[in-house]
Design a protein around this ligand. Structure first.
Ligand code: HPA
Ligand code: ZN
Length: 326
């Protein structure tokens, strides 16, 4: 029967996960109390009632507002621990985790506090949760290129804990080419590169992510399907796309999950993975996404296994680490 959960969950890697997007209402209110931060919501139910979005920007407004409760290194440790505990239940064996330093430094929280706090949870994750991790530092694309450069320079003391840089926040009007210089700097420092592109933005942003930023993976990328030449390039080079089905429904990238282009992407030979993006906001963690696409897109066990295998292939693990998990 279609409603039966995949149990136990398939072992998988999660490659598109904003740690700030794992902030559940319960923890948000607990941290608000602890830190003396006033939230513009009476209680958890009132907050949950605000989780109705008409696009990326309306989500981002709430996402940045709620982050005000994250103040100390311990807060970031608790946030990451809560995610890792849930990820384990969802079959995650490896997680490559985004964080948004500018969303915190803008509020007076030093980048070192954020990275130290997250690292405390991530460093013990292999023993505690059986999950290996990597950190991906994202630049906010609706802030200036200059600010991204300053952010990267402020992260230099911590680069041994950073695997890649990424690009997120409001996409339309902020093309990848705006960040040519900071991505070149990151690559020179030995980091890998990813970027959100083709979520709300056009296929030309995916081209720019590839050709101007030199990304190793494209985050979302679903709008590539509007450009056959682009699809052929992504398929030929097996450039991974980190697709987030429940996110795409909640942020109205697609009308209904049943309309999601994931099956078409698989048919086109693209290296697609399934991820949760901001699971506290979008109605599910990564295996919840797997279960939803199984039910609403009618994907079979073989395709779900392909998606899980793709997640390891698309990861930044080296060949030995990958083979150990597949
Ligand atoms: N898109 C862009 N920026 C983001 C997202 C997203 O889905 N989630 C958190 N920041
Ligand atoms: Zn995202």
């Amino acid at each position: 029967p279609l409603t039966e959960p995949t149990s136990p969950p398939l072992p998988k890697a999660e490659l598109h996960l904003h740690i700030e997007g794992t902030l559940e209402p319960g923890l948000a209110f607990e941290l608000a109390r602890r830190n003396g931060v006033e939230l513009p919501f009476a209680d958890e139910d009132a907050l949950r009632a605000a989780y109705s979005f008409d696009g990326l920007q309306s989500f981002l407004d709430l996402y940045y507002a709620l982050m005000a409760v994250l103040r100390t290194a311990d807060d970031f440790t608790e946030l990451a621990d809560a995610y890792l505990a849930r990820a384990r239940q969802q079959g995650v064996r490896h997680a490559e985790i985004f964080f948004d330093p500018q969303a915190h430094t803008a509020r007076g929280v030093p980048i070192g506090t954020v990275i130290e706090g997250l690292s405390r949870a991530l460093d013990r994750a292999p023993e505690t949760y059986g999950i290996s991790t990597r950190l991906i530092l994202c630049f906010l694309r609706d802030a200036s290129a200059e600010e991204a450069l300053e952010t990267f320079d402020s992260a230099r003391p911590y680069l041994d804990r950073i695997t890649a840089v990424g690009l997120d926040s409001a996409e339309v009007g902020n093309p990848p080419s705006k960040f040519r210089e900071v991505f070149a700097r990151a690559r020179n420092a030995g980091l890998r590169c990813v970027a959100h592109a083709g979520e709300e933005g056009p296929p030309s942003y995916v081209w720019e992510a590839l050709d101007v930023l030199g990304v190793d993976r494209v985050d979302h990328g679903v709008r590539c399907l509007e450009d056959d030449t682009l699809v052929a390039r992504l398929a030929a080079e097996q450039i991974p796309l980190t697709v987030c089905p429940l996110s795409n429904v909640t942020l109205r990238v697609v009308d209904r999950l049943a309309d999601h282009p994931l099956p078409a992407m698989l048919d086109a030979g693209l290296l697609v993975t399934v991820n949760s993006d901001d699971p506290a906001y979008f109605g599910g963690y990564v295996d919840d996404n797997f279960r939803a696409i199984r039910e609403d897109l009618g994907l079979g066990e073989e395709q779900l296994r392909t998606l899980a295998r793709n997640s390891f292939r698309a990861s930044f693990l080296d060949a030995a680490g990958r083979d150990a998990l597949i």
